[in-house]
Design a protein around this ligand. Sequence first.
Ligand code: SAM
Length: 275
Amino acid sequence: MNKPARHHHKPIQPDFIKAKKSLGQNFCIDDRIPDEIVSCLAATPEHQVWEIGPGKGALTRRLTETGARMQLFEIDERMREVLTGEFPAASIIWGDFLEIPDAQLPAVDRPLLVCGNLPYYCGTPIIKRFLEKGPQAERLVFLLQQEVAVKAAAPCNHKEYSYLSVHTAFFAKASVGGTYGPGSFAPPPKINSSILILEPLELSADERERRFRALKPASYLFMQRRKMALPLLRRQFAGTDWNERFARLGIDEKARPENISPAQMLELFAPLNEP
Ligand code: SAM
């Protein structure tokens, strides 16, 4: 007997799209997640919302109800029928969000909000791209693996305080929202996911540049987070009187990287009185 003909003419049912692990596809099946993201985002019809990785539209569906103008970025072209069929008013850019050159990103002609249930493999670079290069958003709300969300928002002296915390603090105010277990997704990931809320700081071009300058020495310190910072700096960046700087900023000479706040890192590595 012949095999039954395949019905290519029928619209693809979202349930038939098998999740690709390589694209970090864990589809949301828990209504509390879109509810929380949409409520944190506080979109209005005056906003434009960029959603990274809409997948089958679990979050997009709730976002469209806000009346905001929707811009979607999705890498997986198998979602084309589902997304264009259900969200005809949304504009969609297909491809890897991280590969889109800055000049080809859509124009921002009204207040911008950014969100997404981000794939685990590229959550951090996506956050860094927005914080470092923009476009400047009013607010960004992402669902990420819990560890990354906690690290991004961790304050000085917290056990998760790390380079990502300093990087984030240089460019935004960060806080962690709800945490969701593997059962909120299909297929279930192995780890918990949390919501991260970022409110980018408004920085002048000079101030932004100053913060960039402080990133490299900060990242160097966190590569050896258990060691005392002062001897590390004296060895690696000779030519600066680190003892004097520590004393002036009131930083304990035995401080480890995790005991130095983002504000102190800025003053240590890009002092305001230096050109
Ligand atoms: N928003 C959907 C949801 O909550 O059910 C899907 C979330 S799933 C965790 C991540 C989505 O990001 C997938 O649809 C995946 O195809 C897409 N994606 C993965 N890497 C991407 C990239 N580099 N650029 C744009 N989208 C990407």
